[in-house]
Design a protein around this ligand. Structure first.
Ligand SMILES: Nc1ncnc2c1ncn2[C@@H]1O[C@H](COP(=O)(O)OP(=O)(O)OP(=O)(O)O)[C@@H](O)[C@H]1O
Length: 328
């Protein structure tokens, strides 16, 4: 069973210049106990996707169609704001780039970690013991005395680890981690990634990990979903997608990844061009204007084609390649 199963998700924003189709027919799974990376450049719809799952779309946003099935039974698109509020935190936890979004600067870490357990009928001492246990798991030195300290007394890396401990404290079924290591330096990033993987295994939750850092995705995730202009253009296991990318956009992303550059460059390479205006989506492929493999099939709607058991790409060229023997 999948912890999260998204299908046919269409999200629109109303704007002064007409409706903006931010997510188009988005579909993918976050299977139980797996870590799924979501990758794509700025504007590809990652925040909209997270907000749609959490029931926190902006007032001008609307889910027009689609399903977000949580733990096989609850369609999150149909829950009331109150029901969503109950799920956020205990069942669907979040970690963001800035840990201070999750930490209250005027309360001690211990108090905050006890407050999170408000639904538990354990005693205060038991809740404090649980907080210490979590702080130890995220390798905060001297966890007992850390309870009495305030967020500003910790370094950036420690604050993020405390935020992770707080997110996982109630053993959620799903953790949504949005660029949680982007603000950290390279060494701290590696430590935090290792820790996240460790904790995920201990708690047995699923993780949706949003990042533009392909190296981190490769290191941490089991599966990856590649998004472009609000569409899922490729999905599969990290191994399949990274070793045998099917979509030209995925190939360009991998080519641009600094970790794969043979020569060191001063300027980070990026894909030339821009994401199209989502108020006027092209009728054919959404990536065609920037694609190096353009062909006549790009003007038609793109069909998602399976490249392997769990590996799919939305590109008509991939489909054409099979029959013609052309190497896609
Ligand atoms: N409230 C809104 N009203 C109108 N358009 C919006 C709104 N929120 C997002 N959009 C548009 O939806 C598209 C997807 O935006 P989104 O913020 O989800 O992308 P993103 O991949 O998270 O980008 P970033 O990494 O820069 O945050 C963009 O074209 C954006 O301009």
């Amino acid at each position: 069973m999948s912890t999260l199963s998204i299908s046919g998700l269409n999200v629109f924003f109303s704007t002064e210049d007409g409706p903006l189709h931010a997510l188009k027919e988005v579909g993918f799974e976050v299977p139980e106990r797996r870590i799924v990376g979501i990758v794509g450049e700025s504007g590809c719809g990652k925040s909209t996707l997270i907000n749609a799952i959490l029931g926190l779309l902006a007032d001008n946003g609307e889910i027009r169609s689609g399903q977000i099935l949580f733990e096989g039974s609850q369609d999150l698109t149909r829950l009331s704001p109150r029901q969503m509020q109950d799920l956020r935190g205990p069942r669907i936890a979040t970690v963001f780039q800035d840990p201070m979004g999750a930490l209250n600067p005027v309360l001690s870490v211990g108090q905050q970690m006890i407050n999170i357990q408000y639904r538990s009928d354990q005693s205060k001492a038991e809740k404090a013991a649980r907080a210490i246990e979590m702080l130890k798991l995220v390798r905060i030195p001297d966890a007992e005395s850390a309870l009495a300290r305030y967020p500003h007394q910790f370094s950036g890396g420690m604050k993020q680890r405390i935020a992770i401990a707080m997110a996982l404290m109630m053993e959620p079924a799903l953790l949504i981690a949005d660029e949680p290591t982007t603000a950290l330096d390279a060494t701290l990033e590696v430590t935090t990634i290792e820790l996240l993987k460790d904790l995920q295994e201990k708690i047995g939750c699923s993780v949706m990990f949003i990042s533009h850092h392909l190296g981190v995705i490769a290191e941490l995730c089991d599966d990856v979903v590649v998004m472009y202009a609000g569409e899922v253009v490729e999905r599969g296991t990290v191994r399949d997608v990274f070793q045998n990318p099917g979509h030209p956009y995925t190939r360009r992303l991998l080519d641009c990844d600094p970790a794969r550059q043979s020569q060191r460059t001063r300027i980070l390479p990026t894909i030339p061009g821009e994401i199209p205006d989502l108020r006027a989506r092209p009728s054919g492929c959404v990536f065609a204007a920037r694609c190096l493999d353009r062909h006549e099939g790009c003007d038609r709607p793109q069909v998602e084609r399976m490249l392997g058991r769990d590996h799919a790409a939305r590109c008509n060229l991939v489909q054409a390649a099979e029959g013609t023997g052309v190497d896609a």
